[in-house]
Design a protein around this ligand. Structure first.
Ligand SMILES: NC(=O)c1ccc[n+]([C@@H]2O[C@H](COP(=O)([O-])OP(=O)(O)OC[C@H]3O[C@@H](n4cnc5c(N)ncnc54)[C@H](O)[C@@H]3O)[C@@H](O)[C@H]2O)c1
Length: 326
């Protein structure tokens, strides 16, 4: 039987590159789509051990023609391409609408006109805003506390409207915070690890009172695989998270002990968000997704942090340890 071809958008990024490799390992043919660049650089897939098994296409998610062309001849689409940094969404909100909303429109509109078997859109737990009650199930109210969250809520709803209006084979996965090798230094776990590895005596962070629910990236990749294989997820949204909430101080303690270091923890004004924009706590209720797919995360936070520290140590040349990434 010939392999099913999956288009992964945002394939060179953190989740995308891990997912492409995971899909190849699980016998799918993958077309990796990411932003055109004149060096023909394939990001984290450049040095992948599966490089020769992956097809590549450079384009722009904001451009209907390149998305439509990439989708032709693919049975499945997993849509990840997005701008994801919250601080940068304060600086350039329109870029988030063009990439995250119009980019999703380009995927949906293409699917509407093609015979694609299924499309999985990637949402985010940021759409809930600070939890009103925990754990958060899919009925929790939505609250856009940043332009990033607003762009993702809009994209989710555009997707649902295409399902309702045009019967497109849509599934929506809503990951909570994901971490692991290849994540940008903007995210909280790499930020802490990198600062622990530099020469400063201080660890500079933003709001020290946040609480989050973390999933290791390969567990999220497995959730996508289970979502592809499940025949029942159409037209609905599914939380993917560990159901465990951890506060920042505990997270820092774990990383300090793994690296065997202690630093003074400072709340840096430049990193603090406006109160109304700060999502204070997130904890998933993943039971709806688990009920349909029997997914369960396999990698503990302890083990996942060890793997992430190892990867950052081996790849420290990729990061400038002394700047604040937004
Ligand atoms: N990382 C998390 O904790 C997390 C949690 C929930 C949801 N998500 C969602 O998962 C998806 C992937 O996030 P990530 O953490 O891997 O981010 P990332 O920034 O590492 O990856 C995003 C990818 O999208 C690509 N991209 C951006 N603009 C593009 C354009 N105009 N055309 C083509 N490609 C473009 C980037 O080049 C990049 O490779 C996003 O949709 C994000 O909202 C991430």
């Amino acid at each position: 039987m010939s392999k099913k071809k999956i288009l992964v958008t945002g394939a060179f990024g953190f989740i995308g590159s891990n997912l492409v490799e995971y899909l190849v390992e699980n016998n799918y043919q993958v077309l990796a789509f990411d932003r055109y660049n004149s060096d023909s650089s394939y990001g984290y897939l450049e040095n992948s051990k599966y490089f020769n098994d992956i097809e590549f296409i450079l384009g722009d998610i904001r451009d209907y023609d390149s998305v439509n062309k990439a989708l032709k001849n693919c049975s499945i689409c997993i849509h990840l391409a997005a701008l994801i940094g919250i601080p940068y969404s304060y600086i350039s909100p329109i870029a988030y609408l063009k990439t995250n909303l119009e980019g999703t429109y380009n995927v949906l509109e293409s699917i509407k006109n093609l015979n694609t078997e299924q499309v999985i859109i990637t949402s985010t737990s940021e759409v809930y805003g600070t939890a009103q009650s925990i754990p958060i199930d899919e009925k929790h109210r939505l609250n856009a506390q940043s332009p990033y969250a607003a762009s993702k809520i809009s994209a989710d709803h555009l997707g649902l409207s295409y399902y309702n209006s045009f019967d497109i084979p849509l599934k929506i996965i809503r990951p909570f915070n994901t971490y692991g090798p290849r994540q940008s230094a903007r995210a909280i776990i790499p930020t802490i690890i990198l600062q622990c590895l530099n020469a400063d005596n201080e660890l500079k962070l933003g709001n020290l009172h946040v609480q989050r629910d973390f999933t290791y990236v390969l567990d999220l990749c497995d959730a996508y695989l289970k979502a592809i294989k499940c025949n029942e997820l159409y037209g609905e949204i599914f939380n993917v998270g560990s159901n465990q909430m951890i506060n920042l101080n505990r997270l820092i303690e774990i990383i300090f002990s793994k690296i065997n270091i202690r630093k003074k923890i400072l709340s840096d004004n430049a990193r603090i968000r406006k109160k109304e924009s700060e999502v204070e706590r997130l904890q998933a209720d993943n039971s709806k997704f688990v009920k349909f797919t029997e997914w369960s995360p396999k990698i503990s936070l302890d083990e996942g942090i060890e793997k992430t520290i190892k990867w950052i140590k081996e790849n420290h040349h990729r990061f400038n340890k002394n700047i604040y990434y937004v």
